[in-house]
Design a protein around this ligand. Structure first.
Ligand code: NZQ
Ligand code: ZN
Length: 388
């Protein structure tokens, strides 16, 4: 097992009817800014309930954070924070709202410098000493943003990660019932995003991380068990609760501690989303099977473990087992209604070069758990991902 630090200070408040806790969790004297997206929380009554439970606190609202949240939108929220002397941020929404709120939390304290600089640090922590405290109320289980310190921000046609040790939410409220209103395609996105977060930290090379591997396998098996069920029965509480907890645990540092991590699928996926506007999870569903096809040798031992322990494939040669596991993964995504080829999203062969140019510009040229995934290999992956 590799050396690691594990630190996660976020309090999780899980279950039905937990919004009443807001009164205990947020300081009484706080000046609160509620941040949200395009309006789903208004439509389904969540905003009203949140405001009721904030009681007599001074409360402001900032709506309109779009999917793949934009720097320019978030800077408008920073203006509100400054002009209204806000000292607590409450994100109510999915990954985009939570990520956007994290960015607002640090940009509001980045005094005297151009906040665009905050987009230049990649996976390193940005150099800030503090942030406005933030918390989240999750309405879309997918990204794990509710229990990590990462954000992904869009600016000038790029999607970039932003990390800070100051952006762990103070608390996150996870009420599965708040997700019942999700459209089917967003639930499917959540399942796929959680699945890929898990395999990016699991299908690498063996590192004797037995707890991490078994936990990753537990998440994957749970997703396979409840995936279709929670799409077909949106108000089946236990299926939705299991999805929600898997999404949080897949990206809160637990399964990735002490083991190699890949993240190629996410890095290439971000450029596909930035160029073509394809949902985050859908970009991942296109890439993952193709990446494994091309990287069978480098990932052989973990792909075999994945085939045997997750898909229960015990017969055949190593290559047959791996091929079948990749096929079953693709079929799982498709069974949720998520298409897995670039051509399904009207992307043509000549546009592969645009993706590669973007990756080069964004310095995504040495990806994978060993840094050996070059643009030439990515070209092969994208060609494999083009069509059936
Ligand atoms: O904006 P509203 O009107 O709220 O509608 C949203 C949005 O259109 C809707 N929605 C959310 N909750 C709903 C609902 N509709 C009905 N009922 C509800 N309960 O869903 C749509 C998509 O929301 P979004 O937040 O964009 O989706 P998701 O949670 O999948 O987040 C994706 C973003 O998170 C980033 C992605 O790159 C992308 O920008 N990620 C963040 C990560 C992190 N912080 O650790 C890791 C991930 O890998 C990912 O990169
Ligand atoms: Zn993701």
């Amino acid at each position: 097992m590799l050396n690691f630090d594990f630190y996660n200070p976020t309090q999780i408040v899980f279950g039905k009817d937990r919004l009443g806790e807001l009164d205990n969790l947020i300081p009484k004297e706080a000046r609160v800014l509620i941040l949200y997206g395009g309006g789903s929380i208004k439509k389904y009554g969540t905003l009203e309930k949140v405001k009721e439970n904030l009681k007599n606190r001074v409360v402001f609202e900032f709506g309109g954070i779009e999917p793949n949240p934009k720097f320019s939108t978030l800077m408008k929220a920073v203006d509100v924070v400054k002009s209204e002397d806000i000292n607590f941020l409450l994100a109510v929404g999915g990954g985009s709202v939570m990520d956007g709120t994290k960015f607002v939390a640090i940009a509001s304290k980045y005094i005297g410098q151009n906040p665009e600089k905050l987009l230049e640090y990649g996976f390193e922590n940005v150099p800030v000493d503090c942030a406005i405290p933030l918390a989240t109320i999750v309405t879309l289980p997918a990204t794990g943003s509710e229990m990590n310190n990462g954000a992904v921000i869009s600016h000038n046609g790029k999607k970039v990660p932003v990390f800070s040790s100051h952006t762990f939410p103070k608390f996150s409220i996870l009420d599965p019932e708040l997700t019942y209103s999700l459209p089917t395609t967003q639930v499917a996105n959540g399942i796929v995003d959680t699945f890929i977060h898990t395999v990016e930290q699991y299908v690498t090379f063996p590192a004797e991380g037995r707890f991490q591997d078994r936990t990753a396998e537990g998440i994957l098996l749970t997703l396979i068990e409840i995936g279709k069920k929670t799409i077909e029965n949106p108000t089946d509480y236990d299926s939705r609760a299991n999805l929600m907890w898997c999404a949080t645990m897949a990206l809160n540092g637990l399964i990735g501690a002490g083991v190699p991590q890949d993240w190629s699928t996410h890095m290439i996926g971000h450029d596909i989303t930035a160029l073509f506007g394809i949902d985050h999870a859908k970009s991942l569903a296109i890439l993952q099977p193709a990446i494994w096809e091309i990287r069978k040798e480098q990932k052989k031992l973990k792909l075999l473990q994945y085939a045997e322990r997750v898909w229960n494939i015990k017969e055949g040669s190593d290559d047959e087992k791996i091929t079948l596991a990749i096929l079953k993964t693709r079929e799982f995504f498709e069974s949720l209604g998520i298409k897995t080829y670039l051509s399904d999203y009207e992307i043509k062969e000549e546009q592969i070069e645009d993706i590669l140019k973007s990756l080069e510009l964004n310095k995504r040229t040495h990806l994978s758990e060993t840094g050996d995934l070059t643009l030439d290999i990515t070209r092969k992956i994208l060609k494999k991902a083009l069509k059936k």
